[in-house]
Design a binder for this molecule. Structure first.
Ligand SMILES: [Zn+2]
Ligand SMILES: [Zn+2]
Length: 225
């Protein structure tokens, strides 16, 4: 599915495996990156979807993880190997990836085991700029759902495209979630005024109002604003 002429969905529910969170592909002037990796059950379908978007596998330079959960990161180790690319994740989620922590990554919820994987680059602090070919992406720390949850913001066709992934949560003690951080992160996401939101499980929202309404919906009934 085409999000813009440079951004596609290549994994997720209908695209690869029902257990997979959405996997998005960005390709800027021949330099490509994936947002998340799925759980690893349907790697072949993800690889063939990348090629069907007209992007050669050799163009994929990095997998940018939004957080450590199994449905987003369980496939990271094998996908990174298949693509020969680097892996990026926030340092606060890295220990759970490196140790293959079945509880904090929620692999146990899926009756599976987390394949340990070490990020090549660990994001630190609230915001970092990443290069992809001639362009840049912003990595924004949005703790709450997990300690190291990260959103990525890119510009494509003049639109601000936000990869917010698990904007909806859930918040659960076994995931090391933090409700106050989550609310603060939702408010931070609202300030980005994205035109397009690529979510992890709820699909793609288009238009500033639709994006803001979706995000704000998870604040309502929670914190009084
Ligand atoms: Zn998820
Ligand atoms: Zn998650």
């Amino acid at each position: 599915m085409k999000v813009t002429k440079e951004i596609f969905q290549v994994g997720g529910d209908r695209f690869s495996s029902p257990e997979d969170a959405a996997v998005y592909l960005l390709c800027f002037a021949g330099h490509a990156a994936l947002i998340d990796a799925g759980c690893g059950y349907a790697q072949k379908r993800i690889l063939s979807n990348i090629e069907r978007c007209g992007v050669p596998l050799s163009a994929v330079e990095a997998i940018l993880l939004t957080h450590c959960h199994f449905d987003h990161a369980g496939g990271a180790q094998s996908l990174k190997k298949a693509l020969g690319c680097s892996l990026v994740a926030h340092e606060l989620d890295s220990p759970y990836l490196e140790n293959g922590d079945d509880e904090v990554t929620a692999a146990a919820w899926y009756g599976s085991a987390m394949m340990p994987v070490t990020p090549d680059r660990k994001l630190q602090g609230p915001r970092q700029t990443l290069s992809l070919g001639p362009r840049t992406l912003e990595a924004i720390h949005i703790p709450g759902h997990s300690p190291g949850s990260t959103a990525y913001l890119a510009e494509s066709e003049g639109l601000r495209v936000l990869f917010g992934q698990d904007v909806h949560g859930p918040i659960h003690p076994s995931l090391r979630s933090n409700l106050r951080d989550y609310w603060n992160s939702l408010e931070l996401l609202l300030t980005l005024e994205a035109d397009v939101l690529c979510e992890g499980h709820y699909g793609v929202y288009r238009g500033k109002k639709a994006v803001a309404d979706f995000i704000a919906g998870f604040l309502t009934g929670g914190r009084s604003r």
